[in-house]
Write a protein that binds this ligand. Structure first.
Ligand SMILES: *Cc1c(COP(=O)(O)O)cnc(C)c1O
Length: 351
């Protein structure tokens, strides 16, 4: 008998990218944050909300749901708001997968938090390998019954995207289970599945303000789907934490979502930087996958990703390495400003 539960003892938690001390001027390209500040509309909105902090926030984040609905041409009843998309993803496990007896299906190389949630909620997981070109195993996702499919588009850490027709193929092959499309990086060039929501009652699209809106520190994410899916998520939320999104976060998120022109402007700058940086790496012998995200997944010519990561760190540049089968010879490098990426290229040339 132990004070600590068998579950807590058994968990292998997710390890987030390093958040270093901010008093050293790191060039931080290890957690896919946006190098640009959030919309100028965010600060006054948050300041105004301060006066209302004695009161609990609106439990369903109504002003954020309205802003999401307006942005995507949906109704408020088709939107769920969470404390970051990680919170939304976690709630999906009890809402859709727990107790289904079948496994959730996901790629072997994808966002590693899904496996952590599966273990936490006691949901079996079935991994399907990406092919040799790191493409999503769409056929495997379609074959046979499962409790749900977890699909990241574009995928992380590869950055490769799927066309909508591939996602539709999965939606049609698995009409009785939830197909979750995690679109954390979709604003950097991939096709969104949001337009399919009215046709597929089994589709849930999850997004975050952390990458495209420069608000990783505010912790707001959202899910979009038909009302029964949103109701299931709400009922799980209200059985766990009624107020996951605070007043400051609601005010800031609503303001950021309303300023779509600013978001598009920042995302365009990042995709422009990504294009020349990809080319610069390829000219230096790297194998770089065609990224549709705000990062690239690159293999140095000698395959010594760990050595290169340590070297870049010595130059004040942080990048991410995953010590996992098939990808240990690669680094995931977030796209910063032109200036950040130039500094990285200069460091490569000085090695
Ligand atoms: C960053 C990321 C998330 C988490 O986003 P938060 O909203 O910051 O919790 C979810 N899914 C993927 C694929 C991500 O890369």
């Amino acid at each position: 008998m132990s004070i600590i539960s068998p579950l807590a003892q058994s968990l292998t938690p997710y390890v987030p990218g390093e958040q270093p001390r901010t008093d050293i001027p790191w060039i931080k390209l290890n957690t896919n944050e946006n190098p640009y500040p959030p919309s100028p509309a965010v600060q006054p909105a948050i300041e105004q909300a301060i006066a209302h902090l004695p009161l609990y926030p609106e439990p369903t984040s109504r002003i954020v749901r309205q802003a999401v609905a307006r942005r995507h041409g949906l109704t408020e009843q088709q939107v769920f708001i969470g404390n970051g998309s990680d919170d939304v993803l976690a709630l999906c496990f009890p809402a859709f997968f727990q107790g289904q007896e079948l496994p959730v299906r996901l790629a072997d190389i994808t966002y590693s938090f899904y496996q952590v949630y599966a273990a936490l909620f006691g949901v079996p997981a079935e991994t399907c390998p990406l092919d040799d070109a790191f493409q999503m195993p769409v056929d495997a996702f379609c074959q046979g019954p499962c409790a749900g499919v977890l699909l990241t588009n574009p995928n992380a850490p590869t950055g490769l995207s799927l066309p909508l027709c591939a996602i539709e193929r999965v939606l049609q092959a698995q009409p009785d289970c939830l197909v979750l499309v995690d679109e954390a990086y979709v604003e950097f060039g991939a096709q969104s599945a949001v337009g399919l929501i009215d046709r597929y009652p089994n589709l849930l699209v999850v997004r975050t303000l952390s990458k495209s809106h420069g608000l990783a520190g505010l912790r707001v994410g959202y899910a979009m789907g038909q009302p029964p899916l949103i109701q299931a998520l709400t009922s799980i939320k209200d059985s766990f934490n009624s107020y996951p999104v605070d007043r400051l976060a609601q005010a800031g998120a609503a303001a950021a979502l309303a300023d779509d022109a600013y978001t598009q402007h920042c995302c365009r700058k990042i995709t422009h930087t990504r294009a020349w940086f990809t080319q610069a790496l390829r000219e230096r012998g790297f194998d770089v996958l065609d990224s549709m995200a705000n990062f690239v997944f690159a293999r140095p010519a000698d395959g010594d990703a760990v050595g290169l990561q340590a070297y870049l760190r010595s130059k004040g540049i942080l990048v991410r390495h995953f010590d996992a089968p098939r990808i240990a010879d690669r680094l995931r490098i977030s796209i910063g400003t032109d200036c950040h990426m130039q500094a990285l290229v200069e460091a490569l040339d000085a090695r």
